[in-house]
Design a protein around this ligand. Structure first.
Ligand code: MSP
Length: 433
Protein backbone atom coordinates (compact mmCIF):
# COMPACT_ATOMS: atom_id res chain seq x y z
CA UNK A 1 0.00 0.00 0.00
CA UNK A 2 1.42 3.38 -0.90
CA UNK A 3 0.11 6.73 0.16
CA UNK A 4 1.03 8.35 -3.15
CA UNK A 5 3.83 8.86 -5.62
CA UNK A 6 6.90 10.95 -5.04
CA UNK A 7 9.32 11.77 -7.84
CA UNK A 8 12.59 13.53 -7.12
CA UNK A 9 15.73 14.23 -9.08
CA UNK A 10 19.38 15.10 -8.78
CA UNK A 11 20.93 17.32 -11.44
CA UNK A 12 22.59 15.34 -14.20
CA UNK A 13 26.35 15.53 -14.04
CA UNK A 14 28.70 16.79 -16.72
CA UNK A 15 30.98 14.07 -17.95
CA UNK A 16 33.99 16.31 -18.27
CA UNK A 17 35.20 15.31 -14.79
CA UNK A 18 35.01 12.30 -12.50
CA UNK A 19 32.67 12.37 -9.47
CA UNK A 20 33.87 14.18 -6.34
CA UNK A 21 32.47 14.75 -2.84
CA UNK A 22 30.50 17.84 -3.96
CA UNK A 23 28.63 15.68 -6.47
CA UNK A 24 28.23 13.02 -3.79
CA UNK A 25 26.62 15.50 -1.44
CA UNK A 26 24.22 16.60 -4.21
CA UNK A 27 23.20 12.97 -4.77
CA UNK A 28 23.10 11.81 -1.14
CA UNK A 29 20.64 14.59 -0.26
CA UNK A 30 17.78 13.43 -2.51
CA UNK A 31 18.64 9.83 -1.68
CA UNK A 32 18.06 10.66 1.99
CA UNK A 33 14.73 12.28 1.17
CA UNK A 34 13.82 9.28 -0.99
CA UNK A 35 14.49 6.90 1.91
CA UNK A 36 12.44 8.99 4.25
CA UNK A 37 9.52 9.20 1.82
CA UNK A 38 9.70 5.44 1.32
CA UNK A 39 9.55 4.91 5.08
CA UNK A 40 6.48 7.10 5.11
CA UNK A 41 4.82 4.88 2.52
CA UNK A 42 5.34 6.78 -0.74
CA UNK A 43 6.04 5.05 -4.02
CA UNK A 44 9.30 6.88 -4.73
CA UNK A 45 11.40 7.29 -7.83
CA UNK A 46 14.79 8.98 -7.67
CA UNK A 47 16.53 9.78 -10.93
CA UNK A 48 20.00 10.99 -11.79
CA UNK A 49 22.15 10.76 -14.88
CA UNK A 50 24.82 12.35 -17.00
CA UNK A 51 24.94 15.46 -19.16
CA UNK A 52 27.04 14.38 -22.10
CA UNK A 53 26.81 16.93 -24.90
CA UNK A 54 28.54 20.22 -25.58
CA UNK A 55 31.88 21.78 -26.29
CA UNK A 56 33.46 20.89 -22.98
CA UNK A 57 32.91 17.19 -23.48
CA UNK A 58 34.07 17.36 -27.08
CA UNK A 59 37.29 19.01 -25.93
CA UNK A 60 37.89 16.67 -23.01
CA UNK A 61 37.38 13.68 -25.33
CA UNK A 62 39.75 15.05 -27.94
CA UNK A 63 42.41 15.62 -25.31
CA UNK A 64 42.27 11.90 -24.57
CA UNK A 65 42.14 10.80 -28.19
CA UNK A 66 38.60 9.47 -27.86
CA UNK A 67 35.30 10.20 -29.56
CA UNK A 68 32.89 12.18 -27.40
CA UNK A 69 30.65 9.13 -27.02
CA UNK A 70 33.53 6.82 -26.01
CA UNK A 71 34.67 9.37 -23.51
CA UNK A 72 31.14 9.94 -22.17
CA UNK A 73 30.62 6.19 -21.78
CA UNK A 74 33.60 5.98 -19.44
CA UNK A 75 32.74 8.91 -17.21
CA UNK A 76 29.03 8.12 -17.16
CA UNK A 77 29.88 4.60 -15.94
CA UNK A 78 32.14 6.14 -13.33
CA UNK A 79 29.21 8.16 -11.94
CA UNK A 80 26.95 5.12 -11.97
CA UNK A 81 29.54 3.01 -10.13
CA UNK A 82 30.21 5.72 -7.62
CA UNK A 83 26.55 5.87 -6.62
CA UNK A 84 26.56 2.08 -6.31
CA UNK A 85 29.66 2.11 -4.13
CA UNK A 86 28.10 4.78 -1.95
CA UNK A 87 25.04 2.58 -1.59
CA UNK A 88 22.73 5.15 -3.16
CA UNK A 89 19.62 3.66 -4.70
CA UNK A 90 19.10 5.22 -8.10
CA UNK A 91 15.83 4.18 -9.71
CA UNK A 92 16.50 5.56 -13.20
CA UNK A 93 19.84 6.68 -14.58
CA UNK A 94 19.29 8.85 -17.65
CA UNK A 95 21.99 9.75 -20.11
CA UNK A 96 21.48 12.61 -22.52
CA UNK A 97 22.88 10.39 -25.27
CA UNK A 98 19.96 7.97 -24.86
CA UNK A 99 17.64 7.69 -27.85
CA UNK A 100 14.43 8.16 -25.92
CA UNK A 101 15.89 11.38 -24.57
CA UNK A 102 16.62 12.79 -28.04
CA UNK A 103 13.03 12.05 -28.99
CA UNK A 104 11.65 13.84 -25.96
CA UNK A 105 13.84 16.92 -26.50
CA UNK A 106 12.59 17.16 -30.08
CA UNK A 107 9.01 16.75 -28.88
CA UNK A 108 9.48 19.62 -26.47
CA UNK A 109 10.92 21.80 -29.25
CA UNK A 110 8.04 20.91 -31.59
CA UNK A 111 5.51 21.91 -28.95
CA UNK A 112 7.21 25.27 -28.43
CA UNK A 113 7.33 25.79 -32.17
CA UNK A 114 3.67 24.84 -32.64
CA UNK A 115 2.67 27.22 -29.85
CA UNK A 116 4.54 30.13 -31.44
CA UNK A 117 7.39 30.54 -28.96
CA UNK A 118 10.30 29.82 -31.30
CA UNK A 119 11.88 32.04 -33.94
CA UNK A 120 15.09 31.99 -35.96
CA UNK A 121 17.75 34.66 -35.52
CA UNK A 122 21.47 35.24 -35.28
CA UNK A 123 23.38 35.78 -32.16
CA UNK A 124 26.81 37.21 -31.50
CA UNK A 125 28.05 36.97 -27.99
CA UNK A 126 30.84 36.16 -25.62
CA UNK A 127 30.67 32.57 -24.60
CA UNK A 128 31.83 30.93 -21.39
CA UNK A 129 32.91 27.47 -22.39
CA UNK A 130 32.88 25.86 -18.94
CA UNK A 131 29.35 26.93 -18.04
CA UNK A 132 28.13 26.56 -21.64
CA UNK A 133 26.43 29.94 -21.67
CA UNK A 134 26.69 33.30 -23.36
CA UNK A 135 27.81 35.89 -20.83
CA UNK A 136 25.46 38.85 -21.16
CA UNK A 137 27.37 41.39 -19.15
CA UNK A 138 30.91 40.65 -20.40
CA UNK A 139 32.94 42.95 -22.67
CA UNK A 140 35.30 41.70 -25.40
CA UNK A 141 38.64 40.84 -23.81
CA UNK A 142 37.14 40.03 -20.41
CA UNK A 143 38.73 37.02 -18.82
CA UNK A 144 36.66 33.95 -18.13
CA UNK A 145 37.50 33.07 -14.49
CA UNK A 146 36.84 29.39 -15.21
CA UNK A 147 39.51 29.12 -17.92
CA UNK A 148 41.78 32.10 -17.26
CA UNK A 149 41.44 33.00 -20.98
CA UNK A 150 39.31 35.70 -22.68
CA UNK A 151 35.70 34.74 -23.40
CA UNK A 152 35.26 33.43 -26.90
CA UNK A 153 33.19 35.50 -29.36
CA UNK A 154 30.63 33.37 -31.12
CA UNK A 155 28.25 34.41 -33.95
CA UNK A 156 25.75 31.94 -35.22
CA UNK A 157 22.27 31.24 -36.49
CA UNK A 158 20.11 30.04 -33.64
CA UNK A 159 16.56 29.24 -32.86
CA UNK A 160 15.39 31.47 -30.06
CA UNK A 161 12.87 30.82 -27.35
CA UNK A 162 10.63 33.76 -26.40
CA UNK A 163 11.52 33.77 -22.74
CA UNK A 164 10.62 37.45 -22.59
CA UNK A 165 6.95 36.52 -23.02
CA UNK A 166 6.96 34.64 -19.72
CA UNK A 167 7.96 37.29 -17.22
CA UNK A 168 4.46 37.84 -15.82
CA UNK A 169 3.54 34.18 -15.75
CA UNK A 170 6.76 33.32 -13.94
CA UNK A 171 6.24 36.07 -11.37
CA UNK A 172 2.70 34.81 -10.86
CA UNK A 173 4.07 31.28 -10.34
CA UNK A 174 6.57 32.43 -7.70
CA UNK A 175 3.93 34.49 -5.92
CA UNK A 176 1.19 31.89 -5.95
CA UNK A 177 3.46 28.97 -5.12
CA UNK A 178 5.91 30.30 -2.58
CA UNK A 179 7.28 26.78 -2.13
CA UNK A 180 8.29 26.54 -5.81
CA UNK A 181 11.75 28.00 -5.16
CA UNK A 182 13.42 27.24 -1.87
CA UNK A 183 15.13 28.41 0.35
CA UNK A 184 13.34 31.77 0.60
CA UNK A 185 16.46 33.89 0.16
CA UNK A 186 17.09 32.17 -3.16
CA UNK A 187 13.48 32.71 -4.17
CA UNK A 188 13.96 36.42 -3.53
CA UNK A 189 17.08 36.47 -5.72
CA UNK A 190 15.16 34.90 -8.59
CA UNK A 191 12.19 37.24 -8.09
CA UNK A 192 14.46 40.28 -8.25
CA UNK A 193 16.18 38.94 -11.36
CA UNK A 194 12.94 38.21 -13.23
CA UNK A 195 11.43 41.57 -12.26
CA UNK A 196 14.23 43.29 -14.20
CA UNK A 197 12.90 41.72 -17.41
CA UNK A 198 13.95 38.64 -19.36
CA UNK A 199 15.74 38.37 -22.70
CA UNK A 200 14.94 35.64 -25.19
CA UNK A 201 17.38 32.72 -25.17
CA UNK A 202 18.93 30.83 -27.99
CA UNK A 203 18.25 27.13 -27.65
CA UNK A 204 20.09 25.67 -30.63
CA UNK A 205 23.63 25.87 -31.95
CA UNK A 206 25.17 25.60 -35.40
CA UNK A 207 28.77 26.08 -34.25
CA UNK A 208 29.06 22.74 -32.50
CA UNK A 209 28.31 19.23 -33.59
CA UNK A 210 28.28 17.17 -30.41
CA UNK A 211 24.65 17.61 -29.48
CA UNK A 212 21.16 16.28 -30.17
CA UNK A 213 20.18 17.04 -33.78
CA UNK A 214 17.17 19.32 -34.17
CA UNK A 215 14.90 17.24 -36.39
CA UNK A 216 13.11 20.35 -37.63
CA UNK A 217 16.37 21.75 -39.07
CA UNK A 218 19.30 19.38 -39.13
CA UNK A 219 21.90 22.14 -39.37
CA UNK A 220 21.27 22.70 -35.67
CA UNK A 221 21.89 20.81 -32.48
CA UNK A 222 20.21 21.67 -29.21
CA UNK A 223 21.86 23.95 -26.68
CA UNK A 224 23.04 21.76 -23.79
CA UNK A 225 20.75 23.27 -21.19
CA UNK A 226 17.63 22.79 -23.32
CA UNK A 227 18.75 19.20 -23.77
CA UNK A 228 19.76 18.65 -20.11
CA UNK A 229 16.65 19.97 -18.39
CA UNK A 230 14.48 17.65 -20.44
CA UNK A 231 16.11 14.59 -18.82
CA UNK A 232 13.84 15.15 -15.86
CA UNK A 233 11.04 14.06 -18.16
CA UNK A 234 12.81 11.55 -20.40
CA UNK A 235 14.07 9.67 -17.32
CA UNK A 236 10.48 8.71 -16.56
CA UNK A 237 9.16 8.75 -20.11
CA UNK A 238 6.32 6.31 -20.59
CA UNK A 239 5.63 6.16 -16.85
CA UNK A 240 2.92 8.01 -15.08
CA UNK A 241 5.42 10.08 -13.05
CA UNK A 242 5.67 13.62 -14.29
CA UNK A 243 5.52 16.26 -12.78
CA UNK A 244 8.47 15.94 -10.43
CA UNK A 245 7.80 16.71 -6.80
CA UNK A 246 11.30 17.98 -6.24
CA UNK A 247 14.40 19.05 -8.16
CA UNK A 248 17.35 19.27 -5.78
CA UNK A 249 20.15 21.30 -7.35
CA UNK A 250 23.17 23.48 -6.58
CA UNK A 251 22.77 27.24 -6.27
CA UNK A 252 24.69 28.10 -9.45
CA UNK A 253 22.16 26.33 -11.68
CA UNK A 254 19.05 27.78 -10.06
CA UNK A 255 18.42 30.25 -12.92
CA UNK A 256 18.07 27.38 -15.38
CA UNK A 257 15.71 25.47 -13.12
CA UNK A 258 13.60 28.29 -11.74
CA UNK A 259 13.31 30.44 -14.88
CA UNK A 260 14.10 28.57 -18.10
CA UNK A 261 12.65 25.20 -17.18
CA UNK A 262 9.20 26.34 -16.00
CA UNK A 263 9.03 28.77 -18.95
CA UNK A 264 9.78 25.97 -21.46
CA UNK A 265 7.11 23.83 -19.84
CA UNK A 266 4.54 26.63 -19.73
CA UNK A 267 5.21 27.31 -23.40
CA UNK A 268 4.73 23.64 -24.25
CA UNK A 269 1.58 23.51 -22.13
CA UNK A 270 3.08 20.76 -19.97
CA UNK A 271 2.94 20.45 -16.20
CA UNK A 272 5.48 22.18 -13.98
CA UNK A 273 7.61 20.54 -11.30
CA UNK A 274 6.38 21.31 -7.79
CA UNK A 275 9.53 22.45 -6.08
CA UNK A 276 13.13 23.42 -6.74
CA UNK A 277 15.51 23.53 -3.81
CA UNK A 278 18.97 25.07 -4.30
CA UNK A 279 21.73 24.08 -1.93
CA UNK A 280 25.15 25.60 -1.26
CA UNK A 281 28.57 24.32 -2.24
CA UNK A 282 30.99 22.02 -0.62
CA UNK A 283 34.21 23.97 -0.38
CA UNK A 284 37.71 22.75 0.07
CA UNK A 285 40.15 25.30 1.44
CA UNK A 286 37.51 28.01 0.94
CA UNK A 287 37.00 27.36 -2.76
CA UNK A 288 34.26 25.40 -4.54
CA UNK A 289 35.40 21.84 -4.92
CA UNK A 290 35.85 21.31 -8.65
CA UNK A 291 38.19 19.71 -11.12
CA UNK A 292 39.15 22.99 -12.74
CA UNK A 293 40.32 24.31 -9.37
CA UNK A 294 42.19 21.10 -8.64
CA UNK A 295 40.87 20.82 -5.09
CA UNK A 296 38.72 17.74 -5.21
CA UNK A 297 38.20 15.11 -2.54
CA UNK A 298 36.93 11.74 -3.78
CA UNK A 299 34.07 10.21 -1.82
CA UNK A 300 34.67 6.50 -2.44
CA UNK A 301 38.02 6.17 -0.60
CA UNK A 302 36.45 7.88 2.43
CA UNK A 303 33.50 5.50 2.34
CA UNK A 304 35.88 2.55 2.02
CA UNK A 305 37.77 3.55 5.15
CA UNK A 306 34.98 4.92 7.31
CA UNK A 307 31.81 3.47 5.82
CA UNK A 308 29.14 5.20 3.75
CA UNK A 309 27.13 6.16 6.80
CA UNK A 310 30.03 8.08 8.30
CA UNK A 311 30.55 9.98 5.04
CA UNK A 312 26.85 10.79 4.77
CA UNK A 313 26.62 11.78 8.40
CA UNK A 314 29.62 14.07 8.15
CA UNK A 315 28.51 15.85 4.99
CA UNK A 316 25.05 16.57 6.30
CA UNK A 317 25.80 17.22 9.96
CA UNK A 318 28.77 19.49 9.41
CA UNK A 319 27.39 21.73 6.66
CA UNK A 320 23.99 23.46 6.69
CA UNK A 321 22.58 22.31 3.37
CA UNK A 322 21.36 25.64 2.00
CA UNK A 323 24.74 27.28 2.56
CA UNK A 324 28.34 26.78 1.54
CA UNK A 325 30.48 24.78 3.91
CA UNK A 326 34.02 23.51 4.08
CA UNK A 327 35.21 19.98 3.88
CA UNK A 328 38.21 19.15 6.03
CA UNK A 329 39.74 15.83 6.95
CA UNK A 330 40.24 17.04 10.55
CA UNK A 331 36.54 17.83 10.89
CA UNK A 332 35.65 14.46 9.33
CA UNK A 333 37.79 12.56 11.82
CA UNK A 334 36.58 14.78 14.68
CA UNK A 335 32.90 14.11 13.95
CA UNK A 336 33.60 10.44 13.45
CA UNK A 337 35.23 10.12 16.85
CA UNK A 338 33.04 12.41 18.91
CA UNK A 339 29.57 11.86 17.45
CA UNK A 340 29.69 8.40 15.93
CA UNK A 341 32.22 6.42 17.95
CA UNK A 342 31.82 8.09 21.35
CA UNK A 343 28.25 9.35 21.10
CA UNK A 344 26.20 6.86 19.14
CA UNK A 345 28.64 3.94 19.21
CA UNK A 346 29.30 4.09 22.90
CA UNK A 347 25.60 4.32 23.74
CA UNK A 348 24.76 1.41 21.47
CA UNK A 349 27.48 -0.74 22.94
CA UNK A 350 26.53 0.05 26.55
CA UNK A 351 22.85 -0.57 25.86
CA UNK A 352 23.45 -3.85 24.09
CA UNK A 353 25.75 -5.06 26.87
CA UNK A 354 23.13 -4.25 29.50
CA UNK A 355 20.34 -5.94 27.56
CA UNK A 356 22.53 -9.01 27.38
CA UNK A 357 23.54 -8.91 31.05
CA UNK A 358 20.27 -7.99 32.73
CA UNK A 359 17.58 -9.14 30.34
CA UNK A 360 19.02 -12.29 28.84
CA UNK A 361 19.50 -10.60 25.46
CA UNK A 362 15.79 -9.87 25.01
CA UNK A 363 14.31 -6.38 24.92
CA UNK A 364 11.50 -6.51 27.48
CA UNK A 365 8.01 -5.36 26.49
CA UNK A 366 7.41 -2.16 28.40
CA UNK A 367 5.95 1.28 27.88
CA UNK A 368 9.47 2.66 28.32
CA UNK A 369 10.69 5.47 30.48
CA UNK A 370 8.33 8.46 30.08
CA UNK A 371 11.13 11.05 29.86
CA UNK A 372 12.88 9.11 27.13
CA UNK A 373 9.66 8.40 25.26
CA UNK A 374 8.93 12.11 25.33
CA UNK A 375 12.41 13.07 24.17
CA UNK A 376 12.24 10.49 21.38
CA UNK A 377 8.80 11.55 20.17
CA UNK A 378 9.62 15.24 20.27
CA UNK A 379 12.99 14.57 18.62
CA UNK A 380 11.47 12.48 15.84
CA UNK A 381 8.87 15.16 15.11
CA UNK A 382 11.44 17.93 15.01
CA UNK A 383 13.73 15.83 12.82
CA UNK A 384 10.89 15.07 10.37
CA UNK A 385 9.98 18.74 10.12
CA UNK A 386 13.65 19.57 9.53
CA UNK A 387 13.86 16.99 6.72
CA UNK A 388 10.74 18.50 5.19
CA UNK A 389 12.56 21.78 4.83
CA UNK A 390 15.82 20.04 3.79
CA UNK A 391 17.51 21.16 6.98
CA UNK A 392 19.59 18.00 7.26
CA UNK A 393 22.04 19.32 9.83
CA UNK A 394 19.20 20.24 12.16
CA UNK A 395 17.55 16.85 11.67
CA UNK A 396 20.78 15.09 12.64
CA UNK A 397 21.46 17.42 15.53
CA UNK A 398 17.99 16.58 16.81
CA UNK A 399 18.67 12.86 16.67
CA UNK A 400 21.62 13.49 18.94
CA UNK A 401 19.31 15.12 21.52
CA UNK A 402 17.67 11.70 21.85
CA UNK A 403 21.07 10.11 22.36
CA UNK A 404 21.81 12.71 25.02
CA UNK A 405 18.50 11.95 26.78
CA UNK A 406 19.30 8.24 26.91
CA UNK A 407 22.86 8.91 28.11
CA UNK A 408 21.44 11.07 30.88
CA UNK A 409 19.00 8.35 31.85
CA UNK A 410 21.79 5.80 32.15
CA UNK A 411 23.95 8.14 34.23
CA UNK A 412 21.11 9.20 36.51
CA UNK A 413 20.03 5.67 37.20
CA UNK A 414 23.60 4.66 37.65
CA UNK A 415 22.83 1.69 35.43
CA UNK A 416 26.26 1.53 33.96
CA UNK A 417 27.96 1.34 37.38
CA UNK A 418 25.52 -1.39 38.35
CA UNK A 419 26.44 -3.21 35.18
CA UNK A 420 30.16 -2.87 35.81
CA UNK A 421 29.72 -4.11 39.39
CA UNK A 422 27.78 -7.10 38.18
CA UNK A 423 30.59 -8.29 35.93
CA UNK A 424 32.65 -11.25 37.17
CA UNK A 425 35.93 -10.15 38.83
CA UNK A 426 38.83 -9.91 36.41
CA UNK A 427 40.92 -13.04 36.23
CA UNK A 428 44.12 -12.96 38.32
CA UNK A 429 47.32 -14.88 37.71
CA UNK A 430 46.36 -17.52 40.31
CA UNK A 431 43.01 -18.36 38.77
CA UNK A 432 44.13 -18.12 35.17
CA UNK A 433 44.54 -21.47 33.47
N1 MSP B 1 25.03 19.36 -16.04
C1 MSP B 1 24.66 20.47 -15.26
C2 MSP B 1 23.32 20.22 -14.58
C3 MSP B 1 22.18 19.93 -15.49
S1 MSP B 1 20.73 19.57 -14.61
C4 MSP B 1 19.54 19.48 -15.77
C5 MSP B 1 25.72 20.70 -14.17
N2 MSP B 1 26.55 19.67 -13.93
S2 MSP B 1 27.72 19.68 -12.85
O1 MSP B 1 28.32 18.39 -12.92
O2 MSP B 1 28.58 20.81 -13.03
O3 MSP B 1 27.04 19.90 -11.49
C6 MSP B 1 26.02 19.03 -11.07
C7 MSP B 1 25.59 19.37 -9.67
O4 MSP B 1 26.67 19.12 -8.79
C8 MSP B 1 25.17 20.82 -9.49
O5 MSP B 1 23.99 20.89 -8.74
C9 MSP B 1 26.30 21.41 -8.71
O6 MSP B 1 25.88 22.43 -7.84
C10 MSP B 1 26.75 20.20 -7.91
N3 MSP B 1 28.10 20.40 -7.46
C11 MSP B 1 29.24 20.43 -8.20
N4 MSP B 1 30.27 20.79 -7.38
C12 MSP B 1 29.80 20.99 -6.13
C13 MSP B 1 30.36 21.30 -4.91
N5 MSP B 1 31.64 21.53 -4.76
N6 MSP B 1 29.53 21.31 -3.83
C14 MSP B 1 28.20 20.98 -3.91
N7 MSP B 1 27.64 20.71 -5.06
C15 MSP B 1 28.40 20.80 -6.19
O7 MSP B 1 25.73 21.75 -13.59
Amino acid sequence: MTIGKYYLTTPIYYVNAAPHSGHASTTIAPHTIARLKRMQGYDVVLTTGTDEHGTKVERAARAQGKTPKEYADIISADFKNTWQKLDIQIDRFQRTTAENHARLVNRLFESLLANGYIYKGTYTGLYAVVSEAFVNDAKPGDIDPETGKPYEEVTEENYFFKLSAFQDRLLELYEQHTEFIQPDFRRNEVLAFVKQGLSDVSITRTSISWGIPVQHDLKHVFYVWFDALATYMSAVDGEDRWPADLHLIGKEILRFHAIYWPAFLMAAGWELPKRVFAHGWLLFENDKMSKSRGNIVRPVPIAEVMGVDALRYFLFREIPFGQDGSFSFDALVGRYNSDLANGLGNLASRTLSMIQQYRGGIVPASGGDPAITEAATAGANTALAAYDSFDFSKALETVWTIIAAVDKFIVERDLWQEFVKSLPPPKTKDTAT
